[in-house]
Write a protein of this length. Structure first.
Ligand code: FES
Length: 177
């Protein structure tokens, strides 16, 4: 969980404490407050900052273990912030048989993502694996925000990220025809 350290830098501790205080006034500090308190955090930050979870554990009757249990049980909660750009790597059947797994590994390496991480430390990219993106003839495929890239190889990935290093440039789609 310490991998959150760099992301925490952008969180204002006073604002965070105020939010928790409001939540405690509204929901109390017993076990049944856990879910709404986490929802409050998630609504404000788009994920559950570790420091917020610590404050809840310190200031309520809810244990860190219970909080972690709820935070990881519900799909609505994220333990990491979202990146500015969302990368969807297709692992549908057509992409799978055309080596989507290797593409994913190469992508994660390129973005320096540790095993459990899906968002880059600079908060530029969040990577997720999805089912069919609807462009099977271009398999293996990924999208960055709305833009689709097909016929991916580790080499093609490097080129794409060299091009996307400059925001708002018009990108070409390798093999898009
Ligand atoms: S299976 Fe990947 S685009 Fe359809």
């Amino acid at each position: 969980m310490d991998t959150h350290g760099q992301h925490m830098a952008s969180i204002d501790p006073v604002k965070l404490q105020n939010l928790i205080t409001q939540g405690l006034q509204r929901y109390g500090g017993q076990a049944d407050a856990c879910l709404p308190l986490l929802q409050l955090l998630q609504e404000e930050y788009g994920y559950l900052p570790l420091e917020g979870l610590r404050l809840i554990a310190e200031q309520t009757q809810i244990s860190g273990r219970q909080i972690y249990g709820v935070a990881t049980f519900y799909a609505q909660f994220r333990l990491m912030p979202e990146g500015k750009h969302r990368i969807k790597v297709c692992h549908g059947t057509a992409c799978h048989v055309r080596h989507a797994q290797q593409v994913t590994l190469a992508l994660r390496k390129l973005l320096n993502l540790a095993d459990e991480e899906n968002t880059t430390q600079d908060l530029e990219y969040t990577v997720e694996e999805v089912a069919c993106l609807g462009c099977c003839s271009m398999a293996p495929v990924m999208s960055i925000d709305q833009k689709v890239y097909g016929n991916l190889t580790p080499m093609a990935l490097s080129k794409i990220f060299n091009q996307t290093a400059t925001p708002n440039t018009t990108k070409t789609t390798p093999g898009d025809h």
